[in-house]
Design a protein around this ligand. Structure first.
Ligand SMILES: Cc1cc2nc3c(=O)[nH]c(=O)nc-3n(C[C@H](O)[C@H](O)[C@H](O)COP(=O)(O)O)c2cc1C
Length: 371
């Protein structure tokens, strides 16, 4: 199978199997409203089979980093509408990634005490408008509050559809709220949402089911990062955890499961074996410096191992025309570390695409045939 073969994805026909991975770029307004530059940035990358947007908060309390976009006000919906229109006009397809940061949020960013499954502080820091700060102890959601947070995801997904998105991806990875419920070290609850694996998967399953019921399972994806300890996550028995999660989700008919691959190959293989639907894989590439080929070789290996689509993050960040570059073997742009998280258009919309070939052959000197 090749990256350039078309594939069916939920309600969409994708022209190729390259997915732009979700990447927070912190270019929204302070009010979380997407800016015109964001429309330009995403439209430049419309040749991806599917674009997954940066993590987007479903509520003020769901925000993580500063300047990330939201999808909980009418102004934010209108801002996103300009983005989806630009991507569709450029021939692309785009899903909104919904991210609730939970305990990886900060009062200096959203003015609220972060909420989480349990009052367990994540060891680590976060960027705030006043510079990097230690993460704080979150407040544990009460059992009665949990359905309200499920509804925040549902409302965000509905607003996403209203904003013109082709679907949504729920962020269950990288130590954010859904992952905090899944993992044993961040979820110390004693109610139906904590304790054994069947309980720790409950919140994620309820969110996925509720969002699927609201907008259609074939417009919903879920991202997971099994076995990765990002944002101070320690899952416990990852194989038991994800086996239970996938068993519960498999019958729903989701558009995709998005696996941010683990360095535990047994776990990766289990996920592929236990997921009957479309699997997007984001291979584990070197960090912070990406491989020189932006992960192409790892991608091809994963296609042979049963991935249906491959997500590329930094490859698309630095190469708006990554698909054409891979297709033709053209060299790749280097990442500009200056504009990675926040800033203006520099390091954002100014990565060059390959020069389009001239429409007509250059004219030779008068009378000379062009050789
Ligand atoms: C600048 C930047 C921002 C990111 N933000 C997000 C995010 O908002 N949501 C998410 O799920 N992953 C996020 N990631 C992780 C990427 O989706 C991807 O997993 C990572 O870049 C590895 O893929 P790559 O090797 O192709 O770059 C981010 C990565 C980068 C480099």
């Amino acid at each position: 199978m090749s990256l350039f073969e078309p594939v069916r994805h939920g309600r969409l026909d994708l022209p190729n199997r390259l997915v732009m991975a979700p990447m927070t770029r912190s270019r929204a307004g302070l009010d979380g409203v997407p800016t015109p530059s964001m429309a330009t940035y995403y439209a430049q990358r419309a040749s991806a089979g599917l674009i997954l947007t940066e993590g987007t908060q479903p509520s003020p309390q769901g925000q993580g980093h500063p300047m990330t976009p939201g999808i909980h006000t009418d102004e934010q919906v209108a801002g996103w509408r300009a983005v989806t229109d630009a991507v569709h006009a450029a021939g692309g397809r785009i899903f909104l990634q919904i991210q609730h940061a939970g305990r990886v949020g900060h009062p200096s960013v959203h003015g609220l005490t972060p909420v989480a499954p349990s009052a367990v502080r994540a060891d680590g820091q976060i960027f705030t408008p006043e510079g990097p700060k230690d993460l704080v102890e979150p407040r544990a959601l009460t059992t009665a509050e949990v359905p309200d947070v499920v509804r925040e995801f549902v409302r965000a997904a509905e607003r996403g559809i209203e904003a013109g998105f082709d679907g949504v991806e729920l962020h269950g990875a990288m130590g954010f709220l859904l992952h905090q419920f899944l993992a044993a070290n961040s979820n110390r609850r004693t109610d139906a949402y904590g304790g054994p694996v069947e309980n720790r998967i409950r919140f994620a399953v309820e969110v996925v089911e509720a969002v699927a019921a609201a907008i259609g399972a074939d417009r919903v994806g879920l991202r997971i990062s099994p076995g990765r300890e990002l944002n101070d996550i320690a899952e416990g028995d990852s194989i038991a955890l994800y086996t239970a999660l996938l068993d519960a989700l498999a019958p729903l008919g989701l558009a995709h499961l998005h696996l941010a691959a683990s360095d535990d190959e047994e776990l990766n293989d289990k996920i592929r074996a236990n997921w009957p639907g479309t699997l997007v894989v984001n291979p584990l590439n070197s960090f912070p410096q990406p491989p020189a080929d932006a992960g192409l070789e790892n991608a091809e290996r994963w296609l042979e191992r049963g991935a249906d689509l491959i997500a590329f993050g930094r490859g698309f960040l630095a190469n708006p025309d990554l698909v054409a570059r891979f297709r033709t073997g053209a060299p790749l742009n280097e990442i500009n570390p200056e504009g990675l998280y926040g800033g203006g258009d520099e390091g954002y919309t100014d990565y060059p695409a390959l020069a389009a070939p001239p429409l007509d052959p250059p004219a030779g000197p008068a009378g000379d045939p062009v050789a």
